[in-house]
Write a protein that binds this ligand. Structure first.
Ligand code: FAD
Ligand code: A2P
Length: 270
């Protein structure tokens, strides 16, 4: 983590974008903003491939959810720092003015179009899985299509929730969507390995009904509720079982239903 890395120049590549802001949240998490290619159009919740030049002058690319909304002039990303990770061991050292590679081909299932119309939408995330919802929570379309939005984010410690917490706090005073968000967005952050006002896994808090009583809202039902899920494979699998228990069914771009799922990363052994 203390290794000093030189960020290799990517100037000669057509897909180079310049870093405009970097913020470190913990020793494992950081966010950054880059210039946006003028031609890039995307739907809030989608991901793109980004990276740096690797060894042998070959691009080293990884999937990243775009954390900024589609109306933003820049692009924001929220990233893990994997100490020995091929990309993030270097990416964590980027500074303003450095360049990264960004392939402008957004894709993904966490889009509003992949859900049937409903009254309430649930964003269910662990760890960096909040990134696509950082985009969706800032998208006016979400508040036009749903009466209520519930953001459940769970991490081991409170410090790991801070990126999401600051973002949600900031939304209240946002010039563009502050008024739309007012009264509609309900935020339910929980920790599992450190004391905090709300605790417990998302799966447990949904299955026990604790989240409904804590927020003073009606239990989940398939007629009115829609959900989007983004976390580790184990989390996704377990939360899907809970959602199915409430009668929700998995959908996709090609076949909208009551919920959609995407992996926040691959490789946790499941
Ligand atoms: P890798 O070789 O890619 O990963 C090494 C190991 O680190 C993995 O096996 C896994 O155990 C662990 N790991 C990787 N990513 C994470 C993570 N995000 N959280 C916890 N553990 C992890 N990563 C982000 O940080 N932000 C994003 O917005 C993001 N969006 C993604 C969207 C999709 C659809 C997918 C498939 C992955 C996404 N990832 C995201 C993960 C990302 O693609 C890389 O895996 C990550 O940047 C680490 O890259 P690396 O080369 O350093 O290590
Ligand atoms: P827990 O601390 O009880 O394992 P991680 O840092 O391991 O990726 O986990 C991020 C958060 O997701 C943690 O709060 C963790 O809770 C929770 N989590 C991990 N696996 C699951 C799962 N299968 N179902 C629900 N929550 C999970």
């Amino acid at each position: 983590m203390t290794e000093t890395a030189t960020i290799p120049p990517v100037k000669h590549l057509p897909d180079a974008q310049t870093v405009t802001e970097v913020k470190h949240w913990t020793d494992r998490l950081f966010s950054f903003r880059v210039t946006r290619p003028q031609t890039l159009r995307f739907r809030s919740g989608e991901f793109v491939m980004i990276g740096l030049m690797g060894d042998n002058d070959k691009p080293l690319l990884r999937a990243y959810s775009i954390a900024s909304p589609s109306w933003d002039e820049e692009l924001e990303f929220y990233s893990i720092k994997v100490p020995d990770g091929p990309l993030t061991s270097k990416l964590q050292h980027i500074a303003v003015g450095d360049e990264i590679i960004l392939r402008p081909k957004p894709v993904g299932t966490l889009v509003i179009d992949a859900l049937l119309p409903g009254k309430r939408v649930w964003f269910l995330a662990t760890g960096t899985g909040i990134a696509p919802f950082a985009s969706l929570m800032r998208d006016p379309e979400v508040y036009e299509k749903f009466d209520e939005v519930v953001m459940m984010h769970t991490c081991r410690t409170a410090a790991e929730l801070e990126y999401g917490r600051e973002l949600v706090e900031g939304l209240k005073n946002d010039e563009l969507i502050g008024e739309m968000v007012e009264g509609k967005l309900k935020y339910y952050p929980t920790t599992t390995r450190e004391e905090s006002p709300f605790m417990g896994r998302i799966t447990d808090n949904l299955a026990s009904g604790k989240v409904f009583s804590d927020l003073g809202i009606a239990p989940m039902d398939a007629e009115h509720d829609r959900a989007m899920v983004c976390g580790s494979l184990a989390f996704n699998k377990d939360v899907m079982a809970v959602l199915e228990g409430f009668g929700l069914r998995e959908g996709a771009n090609s076949e909208p239903r009551e919920y959609v799922v995407e992996k926040a990363f691959v490789g946790d052994g499941i």
